[in-house]
Design a protein around this ligand. Structure first.
Ligand code: NI
Length: 161
């Protein structure tokens, strides 16, 4: 695995809709491994491929229960609303309040190309929505309800997404 450079705000890849992944090739599998490594190295809880300069629909996340990989993720259902603080590895030193669905059900492919469907709530649901937004060229600042301080981050201690 290799750590990849993280693209920061201002780079057009972050505001471009990413492409569907037709199949999990060796190259894609390597990219997924590298994205996980990069997320851990950066102390992040989530990362989307555009954040490493790759315009493909891949996200990874880990909220303390091991890495979750979703290729071509689609939000199948969403319920409730929650406002909480987010950070983003591509927008250093900024934290903002964002309203997200409280619970989501997301489908996609896992790193082996198998179709999966998972339910998430709380900060995991938030992280998935944040990462899927990246695939559509949407940043947390586009949804910001106001600036926050790092102390206002959720008590789970999230660093960035
Ligand atoms: Ni982000």
């Amino acid at each position: 695995m290799a750590k990849l450079p993280i693209v920061t705000i201002g780079d057009p890849v972050l505001q471009t809709r990413a492409q569907e992944v037709p199949r999990i090739t060796k190259k894609i599998a390597k990219l997924i491994d590298d994205m996980i490594e990069t997320m851990y190295e950066a102390d992040g809880i989530g990362l989307a491929a555009p954040q490493v300069g790759v315009g493909q629909r891949i996200i990874v996340a880990d909220l303390g229960e091991g890495p979750v990989v979703l290729v071509n993720p689609v939000i199948q259902s969403a319920q409730g609303e929650e406002i909480d603080v987010e950070g983003c590895l591509s927008i250093p030193e900024r934290w903002v309040y964002v309203k997200r669905a409280a619970e989501v059900e997301v489908s996609g492919l896992n790193e082996k190309g198998k179709q999966v469907r998972l339910k998430a709530e709380g900060y995991f649901a938030r992280a998935l929505q944040h990462e899927i937004d990246h695939l559509d060229g949407i940043l947390m600042l586009d949804r910001s309800l106001g600036e926050a301080t790092p102390e206002e981050l959720d008590d789970a201690g999230e660093e960035g997404e």
